[in-house]
Design a protein. Structure first.
Length: 346
């Protein structure tokens, strides 16, 4: 990985703030359709007291609880900070739907079409937090991640066939919770003008939601673990693993996020690396979604690969210092971060 200071000196010469702002300003014309699972992240802040006297369990004092709009809701909110033309197609449960919270959590310029999953709650992931150390203690999920029934899947697929041609790009937040199955994938691949996806492997879908469920993607954001699992390659050099994925699929552009090591980006058979831009981390939940949301727009505009990787690391550095999906990445906030990084103040 390249030295951070020399990397920043070079990047500042190539992409001064005025040039970056010009690139971001051009995103305003894009029409974007976001498709994906609704996830509500509930953070329960506690003060651990110690081991309970009568049971071998941790005893906690409850302090407060906060709910954040995660999953596809967060992706849509991030994108809506860069273009006003955003629509969202998502899935809620037929009980404990929390539809009022979902609608209120979306930015005003996000229009939403909701489908209902039968015999299911809206997905909630409740994390218990040690307030003093800001560490997660454990998580409880309220979820039905079984596949959609045939009627609902067909209804969504038919709706997508009509809607997808109206948009410049389709942005898929695929969290593997039963929403996006083969029939919907086929429609997305056939009818999207430009298809971008973040296909996640998590504790709920481990081994069952690999990026190889897609045959054609114009832009993919993934992390090193997700690519290694999909390619069954635990120890190979990352560039080799990425190349193996590219050869196996019709994916055009691949952004690989690597945490403290920054990111790698493959475009037009060329792989480049860019270093991380922060040493502080408050919470990694939602950071990948933020990076995906912003860079998907840049990828559609066929922007410079060095600039896309730099912006990806800027967004990632901002997002890991936000608690969950409590705030969206904004264009003014991103520009402020770019200038602070260039001036050595980040």
């Amino acid at each position: 990985m390249v030295d951070e200071q020399s990397y920043l000196d070079s990047t500042k010469k190539k992409f001064p703030p005025t040039a970056i702002k010009s690139v971001l300003d051009r995103l305003v014309k894009l029409k974007v359709l976001v498709i994906g699972d609704t996830i509500i992240d509930e953070y329960v802040f506690t003060n651990p007291k110690g081991r309970a006297i009568k049971d071998p369990i941790l005893s906690l004092d409850f302090l407060r609880s906060e709910m954040y709009a995660g999953g596809a809701l967060a992706i849509a909110n991030h994108i809506s900070q860069f273009t006003p033309n955003v629509s969202l197609i998502t899935l809620l449960g037929d009980f404990e739907s929390k539809e009022d919270f979902v609608v209120q959590s979306l930015n005003r310029n996000v229009s939403v079409k909701v489908f209902t999953k039968r015999n299911s709650p809206t997905t909630v992931k409740k994390r218990y937090i040690d307030y003093v150390r800001n560490g997660k203690l454990f998580k409880v999920e309220y979820i039905n991640d079984k596949p959609l029934d045939e009627d609902t899947e067909t209804e969504i697929a038919n709706y997508l066939k009509l809607e997808l041609p109206k948009y410049d790009l389709a942005v898929i937040g695929d969290f593997g919770h039963g929403f996006i199955g083969k029939k919907i994938v086929d429609v997305l691949e056939k009818h999207s003008k430009f298809l971008a996806a973040n296909v996640q492997t998590n504790s709920s879908n481990m081994g069952f939601n690999y990026i190889t469920k897609y045959n054609r993607l114009d832009y993919l954001v993934s992390n090193d673990s997700e690519i290694r699992l999909a390619m069954s390659d635990r120890f190979g050099d990352l560039p080799d693993v990425m190349e193996k994925l590219r050869q196996r699929t019709a994916f055009r552009n691949i952004l690989l996020t690597i945490g403290k090591e920054g990111c790698r980006y493959i475009k037009n058979n060329h792989c480049l690396s860019a270093p991380a831009l922060t040493q502080t981390v408050k919470d990694v939940v939602g950071a990948g979604d933020a990076v995906f949301a912003v860079t998907a727009l840049l990828s559609y505009n066929d922007g410079n690969e060095e600039l896309l990787a730099f912006i990806a690391n800027c967004v990632g550095a901002m997002a890991v210092n936000i608690m969950g999906n409590k705030e969206s990445i904004t264009k003014p906030g991103l520009m402020n971060f770019v200038e602070s990084v260039y001036n050595g103040m980040a």
